[in-house]
Design a protein around this ligand. Structure first.
Ligand SMILES: O=C(O)CCC(=O)C(=O)O
Length: 275
């Protein structure tokens, strides 16, 4: 795969440049991410789209990884959890957080089962944060997200057509997301269940805000630029209940993340992004 061609496809359109100007934003923001990838236009890791993203990531040759993301570091925390530090630079994170200011933020909702068995979204003290859905992202942010996705595809052979729309989440002091599972609810959905979760931390709260896996007693600190990936399902498609996790309360500072999930089947058109 030619990474420079992919980056070419994510170039800003004249309309996005215009709206960027009208928002009073620097065009260099959008370029920051792109230039890193253009510089490293080399063959991606050799995983395939039928693998789970973590297996593909851990198969990535050290040399290839170094060329793709020179300062990043991959750490395996368990059979099903991995992190990529410096997946984004701190500067890139700042650009995204600044761009997120133009999104529509709403109180975050929780997926809850009704007595009849069906699920619906509710406001609950279980989850205290704000969410901005990708459908409300600015054109500039959409460009940045595409670049992030291309990086994920290069590193982990992520099938972009199986990704859910991204959600940005912002936790202020007191913000938290209690223990829950991301999978096990989606059998009847056209795209099947959530194979993997991707959490991209965009800032570093001074105190609190780690992601904690209770059954495994693994804690991951929120750190700007760090990508946390975990698998929610066993290879046979059954839910791995050990992946129960939470976002611990933020005590000081702010935690902002971008989150998406890889489904078992196609969720959207990978080329147009349409769902
Ligand atoms: O923000 C985190 O640390 C975890 C997010 C999470 O649990 C989720 O979005 O399902």
């Amino acid at each position: 795969m030619d990474l420079s061609r992919i980056m070419g496809r994510t170039s800003m359109t004249p309309s996005s440049k215009r709206s960027q100007k009208s928002l009073g934003l620097s065009r260099r923001r959008g370029m920051t991410l792109r230039s890193v990838d253009q510089k490293n236009s080399i063959a991606p890791c050799l995983g395939n789209e039928n693998q789970d993203p973590l297996s593909a990531l851990f198969q990535c040759e050290r040399g290839t990884l170094k060329k793709l993301l020179p300062v990043s570091r991959v750490t395996r925390l368990s059979e099903s959890i991995g992190i990529v530090d410096a997946f984004l630079s701190v500067k890139e994170c700042h650009s995204i957080v600044a761009e997120l200011e133009f999104s529509a933020w709403q109180p975050s909702l929780t997926y809850r089962q009704r007595s009849g068995g069906s699920y619906h979204n509710v406001l609950s003290p279980f989850r205290v944060s704000e969410t901005a859905h990708q459908q409300w992202f600015s054109e500039e942010l959409t460009v940045l997200v595409k670049i992030i996705e291309d990086r994920m595809q290069s590193l982990m052979a992520v099938n972009l057509g199986r990704l859910e729309p991204w959600q940005a989440t912002r936790y202020s002091p007191g913000g938290r997301f209690d223990y829950h599972l991301d999978a096990g609810y989606w059998d009847a959905h056209h795209a099947g269940d959530r194979v993997s979760t991707f959490v991209l931390y965009l800032d570093t709260p001074s105190q609190g805000g780690s992601t904690h896996f209770r059954a495994l007693d693994i804690s991951v600190k929120a750190k700007a630029g760090r990508l946390l990936v975990w698998n929610n399902l066993f290879a046979n498609g059954e839910c791995d209940y050990r992946m129960i996790h939470c976002s611990t309360p933020v005590f000081k500072g702010t935690k902002t993340t971008l989150v998406t999930w890889l489904r078992q089947k196609t969720y959207r058109d990978a080329t147009t992004g349409a769902r």
